[in-house]
Design a protein around this ligand. Structure first.
Ligand SMILES: NC(=O)c1ccc[n+]([C@@H]2O[C@H](COP(=O)([O-])OP(=O)(O)OC[C@H]3O[C@@H](n4cnc5c(N)ncnc54)[C@H](OP(=O)(O)O)[C@@H]3O)[C@@H](O)[C@H]2O)c1
Length: 270
């Protein structure tokens, strides 16, 4: 990996999260990374903050690298693909993190034989704790996949799967952070109703959420195992969980994930 040159087309939030992770972990030196963007202020920021090379010319970025990371918004992808098509060769590895942009669309725009990996990161990648799903295109070798895993792994965990599961990934890990935030909001609202000030209610709910997730993460226990541990027979937690079960909490989450899968399919539709 250390002899590879990587260029990011689109130097926004996700590119920044990845560059920060790549530099922080020592995977690549700053001199091996080029950040491309249409906004000169963003390029200036990347150069000053991370010491990476920058370019306002996507084609130059593509020509100067081995791995091309497409990190523009989905709506800008067609324009970017048209612009770089002539500069991308079968010796490149192209990784797209744009939500909903399919391998078929990427491969047909870039030409036959170009190895393309489609990735779906999520918001926690911005703090180095992302969950990124990856699907390989037709021309991707195992060594390309290893490179993709190393790069995307700089912002959290990486899991490979067939592209047919990308809508489900979008619904579970992509939209998932919002479900947890919603739960924290609901717990804070319940705390307010129980008599706490807004500020105290927000802290009680947020610190409990973060602490619980760290507990899960650091012990490697199952959520069911930890829930069991904190639920004494006949106690308060049992009373609360019984209410959640009776009111169909699990079914509600399943319905929410189904709705997100359907919406992801509608939005993808190419
Ligand atoms: N953020 C997330 O949590 C998340 C999660 C999953 C997937 N993703 C995917 O990650 C991708 C990037 O998201 P983001 O949040 O990092 O977006 P972002 O902050 O808007 O970054 C995109 C950058 O690309 C620039 N850009 C636009 N057109 C360009 C062009 N033709 N050539 C070069 N640069 C161009 C944009 O400049 P302007 O602002 O001037 O247009 C912007 O600086 C998206 O496709 C998104 O679907 C993001």
């Amino acid at each position: 990996m250390r002899d590879k040159k990587v260029a990011f087309i689109g130097s926004g939030n996700m590119a920044e999260a990845l560059i920060k992770g790549i530099l922080g972990s020592g995977l690549l030196p700053a001199a091996s990374i080029t950040a491309c963007d249409t906004d000169p202020a963003r390029l200036d920021y990347f150069e000053k903050t991370y010491g990476v090379k920058t370019s306002g010319d996507n084609e130059e970025g593509a020509r100067s690298c081995d791995v091309l990371l497409l990190s523009v918004k989905p709506r800008d992808m067609d324009r970017v693909l048209t612009g770089i098509r002539g500069s991308v060769k079968a010796s490149h590895l192209v990784i797209s993190i744009a939500a909903g942009v399919t391998l078929r669309r990427l491969e047909s725009a870039l030409g036959e034989g170009v190895p393309v990996v489609r990735a779906m990161p999520n918001g926690p990648a911005l703090v180095g704790r992302g969950m990124t799903a990856v699907s390989r295109g037709a021309s991707v070798a195992d060594s390309d996949m290893e490179t993709a895993r190393e790069l995307l792994g700089a912002a959290g965990e990486v899991m490979e799967m067939g592209e047919e599961l990308m809508d489900a990934v979008t619904a579970v890990s992509g939209s998932g952070p919002a479900y947890f935030f919603y739960l924290v909001e609901a717990l804070a609202a319940a705390a307010r109703a129980a008599g706490f000030s807004g500020e105290d209610a927000d802290r009680l709910a947020a610190v409990t959420a973060v602490g619980s997730m760290r507990w899960l993460d650091e012990t490697g226990s199952s959520p069911a195992g930890l829930r069991d541990k904190v639920t004494s027979p006949g106690g308060t937690t049992e009373a609360a969980i019984r209410t959640l079960e009776e009111k169909g909490f699990r079914e509600l989450i399943a319905d929410a994930v189904d709705a997100a899968i359907r919406r992801s399919r509608e939005l993808g539709g190419d």
